[in-house]
Write a protein that binds this ligand. Sequence first.
Ligand code: S3P
Length: 179
Amino acid sequence: MVDRLFLVGMMGAGKTTVGQVLADRLGWPHLDSDGQVAQATGRSIPEIFAERGEEAFRAEEAKALTRATTSATPVVVSVAGGAVLDPENRRLLGRSGSVVWLRARVDTLAARVGSGDGRPLLDHDPAAALRHLEAQRRPMYQQLAQLVVDVDDLPPTLVAERILAGLDRLSPCIQEGGP
Ligand code: S3P
């Protein structure tokens, strides 16, 4: 049974780390949308923003998500924070698998991203940018997610446990140890 698990949420929520833990537990491959963009373009995310701008980055991101959401095998996908801005991405995610929102308070996110190094949208005032972006995106994460995990006080392994327990209720076809 093919299934796809999409982790959404803000920068600093832990999507990449938790995605890898979950993929290991499920025996599924792990994709990270930023990693896919970097691989496809041969450029880092900050380089793409600097050389071609956010719009070009979003176009690459949408292509990466189209590939991930049509994967023929089960997959865990860590979806970069801003991908939900595009209604077409939201539609693809919503109809292609189970969506989990790693929800965190803005102060948690700010503590985790620190000076915002390597994150072009947080270049100037990371805490203020996170506050603004979180307020804008929260309704989109909320609308998409079938499962929400509050990650503020949880290490990645426990976040993964909560997700596995929650998915068990949502989708009985997901079993640990392999498809
Ligand atoms: C972004 C999130 C980043 C990366 C880029 C823009 C965003 O990914 O795609 O810096 O708009 O929230 P992560 O959410 O994996 O940090």
